[in-house]
Design a protein around this ligand. Structure first.
Ligand code: ATP
Ligand code: MG
Length: 398
């Protein structure tokens, strides 16, 4: 069996139930390929009964579920001392690293069982010591704590706790549009937003034929990686070439990036309203490039009214890369295909754009509003990844 633990620590009462049910629904969807798995809820705890399904594969899947804080493989033994001892020994032997020190924490919930918790600690501990050369007891800082819970329906033994992703259940905080480039940052920003319970739709601006089809494929691949966690994700491919070319004709070269990014935000907001999304997520990080100074963030952000979420705003690049590696987007992100922003980069972009001047210039671009709408009209939408086809609801819980 697998014992599941849910977050957040601050959840109480009814909220906790809603939270757990949402995570369980995500788990049952994720584990649809393993039909023999059964869910049981007992004494306020949730278990998966594997019924012969492969533990390792199931564990890998559980590591993609938001809202799950940790889980433990648990062996259920009959209510018999020797059976409990043997279950404990086989659980200790399953550990990837044999521990040097351990302690037993037994709990007798079923008071009809003939041994008390203290007695069980000794009876199980002694057995493990006898059968494991070199193992020692350390009650203060053991490398491994072996738990044995004796209940009416059996004894539950476990000693391994595997961290989950934590965060909020998928989709529990509404939907946002992720501005997804082919770079390192935006996929990480999207993942962090999803971990906070946001459903995502992705928006990508391409400058075909200046940017290649392979650059588009890269964004599709990144979206697929995110879909492992988020379920299927809609990817909106926005043709941005015409707007970029026209903006590039303007003589105010140092404002080009600012104007370009405002155009991107404007289009993203239109798409958000069209698809019922309540916010915009970007991979911006303070100070990283000219368009990510406080002044630039201000002038660019003022283009839209929806909240702009920037999960990476205070993170260092090395921290961002660490997450990119963990969620397996890094190798794809560093493939050297050109992004639309790198095409028309002026020599010295302004790090301190002025809102009033920018807005005045923009107002004179009489062609711009129509072209923003045209870009939205010409946007192509793909649905990427997820296992929505074999979605299975679990009758026992809902
Ligand atoms: P990233 O690594 O995410 O590409 P970056 O460090 O290259 O970010 P910028 O190019 O200034 O920074 O982009 C900042 C943010 O703007 C990106 O994180 C992304 O959210 C959005 N963005 C940039 N280019 C595109 C694009 N072609 N399509 C969609 N969003 C984009
Ligand atoms: Mg980029």
């Amino acid at each position: 069996m697998i014992l599941l633990r849910f977050g957040e620590l601050t959840l109480k009462g009814k909220n906790r139930n809603v939270f757990e049910n949402r995570v369980m629904s995500h788990i049952s969807e994720t584990l649809a390929p393993y039909p023999r798995i059964k869910f049981t809820k007992a004494f306020g705890r949730c278990y998966l009964e594997l019924n012969g399904e492969p533990y390792e594969d199931v564990a890998e899947k559980l590591k993609t579920v938001f809202g799950l804080v940790s889980f433990s493989p648990v062996r259920k033994a009959p209510l018999d001392l020797q059976a409990i001892r043997e279950a404990a020994l086989s659980e200790m032997r399953r550990l990837p690293q044999p521990p040097r020190t351990f302690k037993v924490s037994a709990r007798r919930a079923d008071k009809t069982f003939p041994y008390s918790s203290m007695e069980l600690n000794h009876l199980i501990g002694g057995y493990l010591l006898k059968h494991t050369p070199g193992l020692k007891v350390d009650v203060h800082q053991p490398e491994v704590e072996l738990h044995a819970e004796v209940r009416q329906e059996g004894a539950f033994v476990y000693c391994e706790t595997i961290p989950g992703l934590g965060g909020y259940p998928r989709g529990s905080n509404g939907k946002a549009m992720l501005m997804l480039s082919g770079g390192i940052d935006s996929p990480v920003a999207g993942w962090l937003a999803m971990r906070k319970g946001l459903l995502l739709e992705a928006v990508h601006f391409h400058s075909f034929p200046y940017t290649s089809e392979r650059a588009q494929q890269k964004v599709i691949d990144l979206t697929r990686k995110l879909a492992i966690y988020g379920g299927s994700i809609k990817l909106h491919m926005v043709p941005f070439t015409d707007i970029q070319v026209k903006l590039n004709e303007h003589k105010m070269k140092h404002l080009l990036i600012t104007l370009m990014r405002r155009a991107m935000f404007a289009i993203t907001e239109k798409l958000a309203l069209k698809h019922d999304a309540g916010g915009i997520v970007t991979g911006e990080s303070l100070g990283q490039v000219a368009s990510q100074t406080l002044a630039s963030l201000h002038v660019i952000g003022r283009e839209v009214r929806l909240p702009v979420l920037r999960p990476l705003i205070a993170m260092d690049k090395s921290e961002i890369i660490k997450i990119a590696e963990k969620i397996d987007t890094y190798a794809t992100s560093i493939l050297p295909y050109e992004d639309c922003c790198t095409l028309f980069v002026p020599k010295s972009p302004s790090t301190k754009p002025n809102l009033r001047i920018t807005e005045t210039i923009e107002r004179r671009l009489l062609w711009l509003p129509d072209m923003l709408n045209l870009a939205v009209e010409r946007t192509e939408t793909l649905t990427i990844g997820g296992n929505e086809t074999d979605f299975r609801k679990n009758e026992q819980l809902f």
